[in-house]
Every structure is written in C-alpha cells, then in structure tokens.
Write a protein that binds this ligand. Sequence first.
Ligand code: NAD
Length: 494
Amino acid sequence: MYRIDHWIDGRTVSSTSGRTGNVYDPATGQVQGTVGFADLSEVDKAVATAKAALPAWRATNLSRRAEIMFHMRELVAANRKEIAALLTKEHGKVTSDALGEVARGLENIEFACGIPNLMKGGYSEQASAGVDVYNIRQPLGVVAGITPFNFPAMVPMWMFANALACGNTFVLKPSEKDPSASMFIAELLKQAGLPDGVFNVVHGDKVAVDRLLDHPDIAAVSFVGSTPIAKYIYETGTKNGKRVQALGGAKNHMLVLPDADLDMAADALVSAAYGSAGERCMAISVVLAVDTIADELVSKVKDRIPNVVVGPGNDPSSEMGPLISGEHRDKVAGYVAGAAGEGATVVVDGRDGAPAGGFFLKPSLIDNAKPGMKCYDDEIFGPVLTVVRVKSYEDGLKLINDNQFGNGTAIFTRDGGVARQFQFDVNVGMVGINVPIPVPVSYYSFGGWKASLFGDLHMYGPDGIQFYTRSKVVTSRWPDPRTSKVDLGFPQNR
Ligand code: NAD
C-alpha cells in the first residue's frame, strides 16, 4: 500500500482533510494505495502558492522558459518507461499503449519549446502620423487543469506545457483514480528547473474542483472529462468570471463505404474500438456499414476479435488491459447484457471468458443497433463496438450529424471526392480519412463540436496559446515636438 498526497511549492504536502480515495490495481481488482483528498484550505494553499510564484515566473524571460521546456522534453523522454509503468499500474493500459500516451503528450512539450515564436505579437508602424500600434500576448495568471482518468499523463501535458510556457502558474487536479503520474511529472518539472510554486497538484474530488471553480484567484480552467461534468464546469466557471474550455464525452462513428478496403477497415475498427479497452475519447464506438458490405465487414471484425489478447497491462503479450474500475466494468457489461432486449444482435459477447481477478472484459461486437437503443445512444466508454447498417453515404452522414456528440469521426473509402465531401459536410471537430483515430498533432489543436466541447477554444496547439494568454494592444507615439498641437477631435487615422 502506498499513499499519494499533494504537490505544493515544489514538494509533497500531506493532506490533513481526513478524506481519502482508494487507488486500485485494475489488473487484480485489489486496492494498492490511497490518495488524500483536498479540502478547501488545501486547495487555497495551492492557489496561494501559485499566485505568489506568478510575478517572478511571468517576468522570467522567454528563452529561459523555453529552456526549461527543452529540459522537460529530455526528462520525459528519458523517463518514458517509468511514466508508462505508472500508467499501467493505476490505469491498467498495456505498456505499448502507455508508451504511446507518453509520446503523444511529449509532443505538446516539444510544441511549447517554441514559445518565443508562439507568443509573438503584430506591429503596425505609422498607423497614424508618428503613431505605431502593436499587440502583445500576456499570461492570464493562475490557471487550473482538471483531468480524466483515461490519459493521466497526456492530458495534463496538453494543458500545462503551453500554460507554463506562456507565463502562467498552474494548479492541476488530476483524476483521483490514477494520481501517481501527475506526481512524477511534478518531480520532473522541478528537475527541469521550474521554480517551486509554479506547478502544483491537488488531489481530490468535487470538493476540490468546486473550490477551483469559485476561487477568485483562478483566472481560467481547462477541463477534460465526461459531458455532464464538462457542462457543469463550463457553466459554473464562466458564471464565476473565468475563461473555461471544457472537453466532454464522445460517440465516434466510422463510416465504411462499399469501395473501402474492407480488411484495412476491419483492422482499423478492431484497433480503434478495443485499444485501451475502448476507454479513449477518440475510440471508434460505432461503425456505419453500408448495407452491401455490412455482412462481410461484420464477419471480418468478428474473425479478428478472438486474436485480441486480453490480460494485465504489464504482460508484454497483452494487447488490451482491464477497465478502470469494477463499477465501470459492470456498467459497460450492462450495455452488452441489454442489447438483445433492445432488438440488437450480440455477435461477440465480451463478458464470456474475460480473465478473472481484475476489471476485465473482452471485446464485444453488437450488430443491428439503431438510434433509440441505449447501446447506440450512450457513450459506453468500454470495449464495445456497435454496428449500424445504413443504406448510403447520406444515411450515414445524417446519423453522425444528428448525434449529440461531435468529437471524432472517420470515413473509409477509396473515393477522394466523397472523402472530401465528407470533410465538408460532417459536423464533427476531428475527422479521419482512412485514419481511425485522428488525434491532431500538437501543432494543430484538439477539440470536438457539439456536446463534446463547451467553450470557444480547442485544447493545445495554437488554440492553447490563445487560451492561456490575453491580448493587449498598445498605441504609442513618442514625443516629436515638431508635430505637437492641441486637437479636441476624436483620434482619427486619416
Ligand atoms: P469524469 O467527468 O468523471 O471526471 C473528470 C474529472 O472531473 C476528474 O478529475 C474528476 O475528479 C472530476 N469530477 C468527477 N465528477 C465531478 C463532479 N461531480 N464535480 C466536479 N468534478 C468532478 O471523467 P472520467 O471518467 O475521469 O473520464 C472519462 C470521460 O472523459 C469520458 O466521458 C471521455 O469521453 C472523456 N474524455 C474526453 C476527452 C476529450 O478530449 N474530449 C479526452 C479524454 C476523456
């Protein structure tokens, strides 16, 4: 048994609230640690520390901030196996997937190394006689990040890399289910040269989150998690005058057209539906199969499922690990159990033969699903792929556009014209063309549409820089006695 506590002012600080949560090993189902939950005074202490560190940090020159990000880049790369091991230990994902998570998070630190260039403003000389106008981007102040269980390293990196590089100080409230990665990252930031107090971690639940949302010294909140909580965070945070970006849940559809390479599509479906046990917000959870190829596609996916090796994440032969908790495993299993009663066809039932002991399920495949069925309507967030049979491209497109979520989607086709039409037509924030999980590279930004994102700016990349800075416009004239005169009119530029 181990114990996780907060990280405040560059060191571990024990929680004194008396409230704790269990940290499970999802591969065994056993409690392996506890995490201290912050009370109001502990959150206040972290925020006060971040506030005290702000003046010196925002005054730190750009090349030094970039240098710290370069150091952090090297440290994360050098420690990627250690970080991945922590992810496997508490989240359960298999090692190869955990290493992928670290690699995709690292991209965001690499992006932030370019901060001197990213924070450049514009300059207009001679906007009026002797007058120059320019804009500068300045940090917001103390900003908070609230993150989900499914990417305990990558999602914090989406946030803090740009936030810190822009000159903000940071308070992270990671998921209480897998809190260790954030503590390891905090240690690495210290080693990278980040001054104490600039990055802080408080663990906890709604109590900590609510305090961050109403704390007067928090300028902005970045959130990633489920849609009901994202909506709550956005509404509460903005009501309290904060800038908020809140990314929510998903139901990502892949449309497979008759001209697609069906083996390639089936490989992509199995990878994107069952990778990380389906606990990815960009997982494909619905395949829209055009009638003429639906039988063949379903049979190809079905044939591949027995080859997916389900087991503990630290076993090198495992391709899919357990789910995050027993409660979540049972909830996911409930969708499979209920599917036949709703009129769908359970082709593969992942409740059969799942390894005993941990929070395991095997992949499930449900055919003949339709809107109105829970297995189609809800975000299941587990290793369950539902098939909806559609008559045409237009039918499939309509389902995607009618869905409440708009995080990711993909089309599989060999027809470039139709693919281009899809990219034009579809009401989804991230689109893959023969790419099943189109998570944007770090120099674009990540974000869905509709109930998958509340707020105006997407996460990381150029939107991240916008989110963590505000623009100031300066209009300047240096004294030139030759042009000085009294003029009571409104300033004009002609
Ligand atoms: P969650 O919404 O339960 O929790 C996310 C964070 O909110 C955690 O830090 C948690 O402690 C906190 N929280 C939970 N309940 C709260 C409450 N009532 N009040 C205040 N704070 C609360 O999400 P999760 O189960 O950790 O993660 C899975 C969800 O996240 C899925 O819906 C998934 O689609 C989504 N997700 C979305 C993205 C994206 O980029 N859109 C990325 C990853 C995960």
